[in-house]
Write a protein that binds this ligand. Structure first.
Ligand code: FAD
Length: 508
């Protein structure tokens, strides 16, 4: 995937997509696969917004059953099935344990009914049907579970994903299908002819210059930034968003054998404890946040409340700040609905056509992005293929043989080989090819990760990474390791400079 700014300047497109989060990249892939000429511009990096800050679950959303959102849960369950099929390297089945406690919001019978409905809504095509566990069986399954008041648990299945890489693979798939995609290009104004939006004025944040991209149709897929883009179309556009902030903490506790679905003490909202690269990821909060989406961070109060809530479910010492390895937060681009709080605000998506014809798509969930994209592109083209075509690394692969090949032929360690196959799927051969160019590229970047220099070179040459954060956070996921990626920074900077052919000290 190459950054072809010249083509953006020169060509006239059927469709310009603004925003390289999962929704924008999903739309670009869908439209390009239907044969449309497509351009996509992203002001920062692919997935730099909310799409790298989610709970990383591809899930039916069992909690939405409480709000009666049967249709939404049904759609999400079916999309989970589709994503497990087209991206098996990035979306993996994840077992969940939902403890049932004395005095909890739901008794055993209510939980059982909810679980049967959840299986039904997936048309029994989930990884496996749920099971109800006795108290002893729950503790045997999850020895760290606090036993006081425990009455049993439900064991059910959803899936976990690498959100930033799944978004990136949609961008790559769009480019492979002919789309011209570019990160670090910001839309600063809209172009019009006779009042109709026919393109956008864009600033290349790398070169610093401005140019116009022309297109018959323009889609605004800028998530939490959507209202800003709508105001470029019409000064008087009313707000449609009610953004909500969600924070996560990665704690230095061994990964739980199954993810845990819990209730927060204060507001009863659902909370997850999930395995992430051998450690435990805790999330999330849900707070109204109309602040600048570029500046969203986890607050101290959110970190403390997540630690306190997680501690109530586990045996042993309560979690404290010293256990925190990393934090991250994002804004949910929810559509204002008049609900009293963001927890009750629907996760449904919303499509709106502005006075100049710009199509804005917001809301929804990561899990349902493919369907959101399908609905948008259906407005002007036929023949969606995205549920049938695998994402770039999603081709058939013999995992054990691939890992052996990386170890024996390319010289990667066992851990690095496992990591490469898990992240790149059937594209592992492209990463392996690089190892032959420089023997040092098979070495780990720092003691806290199995990621190698080869992944950095691949990110720069093939995946349009331009800055250290593009590499460390979105391509390699090093911000969620014990050192937060800091120990790998010097090697990343050196390889980036060498690969881009410029001085390591020059700003990008
Ligand atoms: C804490 C949290 C947890 C979540 N957990 C889950 C989960 O587990 N499962 C699930 O299914 N969903 C989850 N979600 C929801 C999901 O993450 C979002 O619905 C989804 O990522 C939104 O994607 P998007 O493409 O609409 O927005 P974004 O990912 O924010 O993308 C919008 C992009 O537009 C770009 N942009 C903005 N302005 C411009 C401009 N002027 N020019 C060019 N580009 C621009 C931004 O840089 C950004 O990259 C979660 C959300 C949050 C906040």
């Amino acid at each position: 995937m190459q950054r072809e700014i010249d083509r953006l300047r020169r060509e006239e497109f059927d469709l310009l997509v603004i925003g390289g989060g999962i929704v924008g990249c999903g739309i670009a892939r869908d439209a390009a696969l239907r044969g449309l000429s497509v351009a996509l511009v992203e002001k920062d990096d692919f997935a730099a917004g909310t799409s790298s800050r989610s709970s990383k679950l591809v899930h039916g959303g069992i909690r939405y059953l409480e709000h009666g959102e049967i249709g939404l849960v049904r759609e999400a369950c079916l999309e989970r099935h589709t994503l497990l099929r087209i991206a098996p390297h990035l979306v993996r089945p994840l077992p969940f344990l939902m403890p049932i406690r004395a005095g909890g919001p739901h008794g055993r019978l209510a939980v059982k009914v909810g679980m049967v409905l959840y299986d039904l809504l997936a048309s029994f095509r989930n990884v496996a049907p749920h099971r109800m566990l006795s108290r002893d069986a729950a503790i045997a399954a999850q020895p760290a579970l606090r036993s006081e008041g425990l009455r049993g648990a439900a064991l059910f299945w959803d899936a976990q994903m690498d959100d930033a890489r799944l978004c990136l693979e949609n961008a790559i798939a769009a480019a492979d299908a002919g789309a011209v995609v570019a990160n670090h290009v910001e839309v600063v104004a809209l172009e019009r002819t006779n009042g109709r939006v026919v393109g956008a004025s864009c600033r290349d944040r790398v070169a610093g210059d401005t140019f116009v991209v022309r297109a018959t149709r323009v889609v605004n897929a800028t998530g939490p930034w959507s209202d800003r883009l709508r105001r470029l179309e019409s000064d008087s556009a009313p707000r449609i968003l009610r953004p909500s902030r969600g924070a996560h903490v990665l704690v230095d506790r061994p990964a739980p054998p199954q993810a845990l679905l819990l209730r927060a003490q204060k507001d009863g909202r659902v909370l997850f404890l999930m395995p992430w690269d051998g450690r435990t990821l805790v999330g999330t909060t849900d707070v109204d946040d109309a602040g600048d989406p570029d500046l969203v961070r986890a607050t101290d109060a959110e970190v403390d409340s997540l630690l306190a809530d997680a501690s109530t479910a586990l045996t042993g010492e309560p979690l404290a700040r010293r256990d925190v390895l990393a934090t991250f937060a994002g804004q949910r681009p929810l559509v204002a609905s008049g609900a009293s709080g963001t927890v009750e605000t629907s996760r449904r998506d919303h499509v709106e056509v502005g006075p100049g014809g710009m199509i804005t798509v917001v809301g929804g969930k990561y899990t349902t992005y493919r369907l959101m994209a399908e609905r948008v592109v259906d407005r002007f083209a036929r023949g969606c293929r995205t549920a049938r075509v695998a994402l770039p690394g999603g081709g058939p692969i013999d995992v054990a043989a691939a890992e052996r090949e990386l170890c024996d032929r390319s010289g990667f360690s066992r851990d690095a080989s496992h990591r490469i196959v898990a992240r790149f799927g059937s594209r592992y051969v492209d990463v392996a090819r690089l190892a032959n160019e420089d023997a040092s590229w098979v070495e780990p970047l720092c003691p806290h990760t199995a990621a190698t220099g080869g992944e950095v070179v691949f990110a720069v040459r093939e995946e349009m990474a331009l800055t250290p954060a593009d590499i460390a956070v979105r391509r390699l996921g090093l911000h969620l390791t014990a050192c937060g990626g800091r120990d790998a920074e010097p090697r990343i900077a050196a390889i980036l400079a060498r690969t881009l052919g410029r001085d390591a000290a020059s700003p990008v």
